[in-house]
Design a protein around this ligand. Structure first.
Ligand SMILES: Cc1cc2nc3c(=O)[nH]c(=O)nc-3n(C[C@H](O)[C@H](O)[C@H](O)COP(=O)(O)OP(=O)(O)OC[C@H]3O[C@@H](n4cnc5c(N)ncnc54)[C@H](O)[C@@H]3O)c2cc1C
Length: 439
């Protein structure tokens, strides 16, 4: 007897409010047994882009999600489409050499190309993808020197001219904040409405005949010895598949079947607030170029303007998803950068988990000869998950996509995983102290 699964609605986000029509609803709950080539667990960017790659190759697949499409991070993130990893390219060069740095740089930019091409191919205009660039704003002269050195290295060593330095006055004019001493603009980046994007992918896959089953948690996964197929048990039926792709990222612990993948990660809560529509004068003054903006503090905050509202986000190691903690601190941080927003009402507050990894890079690999996984986007998965889901599909079919440092030899659980929550808090507290003293 299987336990009933709780129905989880999409969180109450600005994205849900802006969604243009009824939720993606072709995804019926699985109510029969199925035999397929590949079963994909997770209907976020990773799982749906894996489905895309399989469908393109004519491989029969099904996508199973415990929740509605985009319920995970894909429907609630900040919508920043970026061409970078958490580990900088000069650091990758120092640790792994120039060839690897070049390959990783290529992969990072390919992620943005994939988002562009998905939006085109599936006509996801309502996701409002804008290739406006991303401005990294320095909070100290020391931080500015570090990001300028990085931009310089990328330009001279990788011949990438997309990163340019901005003066204090330029950053102030563009953002409307006096809180920064300068910045670096990455032109190959943009913004998107994340829930519209994931729903657009789901609609596209459904139109091409890929079944997407919502409210269908995979509760058990097993393979009898000598059986070529894996059996996935869900409340409404079993799926037998030759290959399984686990695309559950920071939500892998929803059931015990996928929980081992959570041990590859340190989940970190990321929280966001969205203001009411700004008065016209503020709207005309703040973030006039409509880019995304990040800052250089270790406990990084980021912001953008959507629908005439300020959207402000940041990592919060101390709260749990669904709790109301952390939002006041976020509002204080917003007002300290934008004092004019002191009286502006906050209309939306929400949070979700990002999957951090110990090496600060995503991991794509096979956990056994029938199971492939992709996860650990370190808070930058809009573009990367759109790319790596496809690479996971290729791996599952026995191909050898270019993965460079993202290729994982197998599951590598974080050491002392059970201590990760207190560990994260300790590190975050230390980072907050360093940020506060400007170190
Ligand atoms: C608040 C927040 C802000 C962010 N901001 C940005 C940003 O601005 N830019 C950026 O690039 N990235 C950002 N990210 C990260 C980005 O959203 C993620 O990296 C990306 O969405 C991961 O996609 P995914 O498909 O791998 O996982 P998810 O979208 O999390 O999907 C996983 C799915 O797996 C399902 N699932 C889990 N276990 C099971 C099971 N046992 N059976 C069936 N289904 C299961 C879940 O229901 C879920 O729908 C942010 C994340 C958060 C939380």
């Amino acid at each position: 007897m299987l336990a009933p699964t709780p129905k989880r609605p999409l969180p109450d986000t600005l994205w849900r409010a802006l969604a243009s029509d009824a939720p993606f609803s072709a995804g019926a709950t699985l109510a029969r047994d199925l035999d397929v080539e590949v079963a994909i667990i997770g209907a976020g960017y990773s799982g749906l882009s894996a489905a895309y790659a399989l469908q393109k190759r004519g491989v029969e697949c099904v996508v199973l999600d415990a929740n509605p499409v985009g319920w995970g991070a894909s429907g609630r993130n900040g919508g920043v489409v970026s061409s970078k990893f958490r580990l900088s390219f000069p650091t990758i060069h120092t640790l792994h050499g120039l060839d690897t740095a070049k390959r990783m740089h290529r992969l990072a930019h390919e992620g943005v190309r994939v988002v562009e091409s998905f939006v085109d191919e599936f006509g996801i205009g309502r996701a409002r993808f804008e290739h406006t660039g991303s401005l990294r704003c320095a909070h100290t002269e020391r931080a500015l020197a570090a990001i300028c050195a990085e931009a310089d290295w990328v330009r001279t060593t990788l011949n990438d001219t997309s990163m340019t330095v901005q003066s204090r006055a330029e950053v102030e004019r563009e953002t409307g904040s006096k809180g920064f001493v300068g910045g670096v603009l990455s032109a190959d980046a943009g913004t998107i409405l994340p829930l519209e994007y994931v729903r657009g992918l789901a609609r596209g896959m459904t139109a091409r005949g890929v079944p997407i089953c919502e409210s269908t948690p995979v509760l058990k996964m097993h393979r009898a010895s000598g059986d070529a197929r894996v059996t996935l048990v869900t409340p409404g039926g079993t799926v037998r598949a030759k290959q399984v792709i686990v695309a559950t990222n920071a939500y892998s612990d929803l059931t015990s079947a996928t929980a081992p993948y959570q041990r590859e990660l340190v989940p970190f809560r990321s929280a966001m607030i969205a203001t009411e529509r700004l008065p016209a004068d503020l709207d005309a003054r703040l973030m006039v170029e409509r880019r995304s903006y990040t800052e250089t503090r270790r406990m990084m905050k980021w912001f953008r303007k959507v629908d005439g509202r300020m959207l402000f986000g940041g990592r919060d190691a101390f709260g749990k998803e669904g709790q109301m903690t952390g939002f006041d601190a976020l509002q204080r941080a917003m007002v300290s950068l934008f004092p004019d927003l002191a009286e502006v009402r906050i209309d939306y507050r929400w949070s979700g988990y990002v999957g951090m990894t110990f090496n600060s890079l995503p991991h794509v690999g096979r956990s056994d000869d029938a199971t492939t996984f992709c996860l650990g986007y370190n808070g930058a998965g809009v573009a990367m998950a759109s790319l790596l889901g496809q690479h996971a599909a290729a791996l599952a079919l026995g191909e050898t996509p270019e993965l460079s440092l993202l290729g994982a030899p197998g599951l590598r659980p974080v050491p002392f995983h059970s201590l990760r929550a207190p560990g994260v808090r300790l590190v975050a507290a230390w980072y907050q102290i360093l940020d506060a003293i400007g170190a």
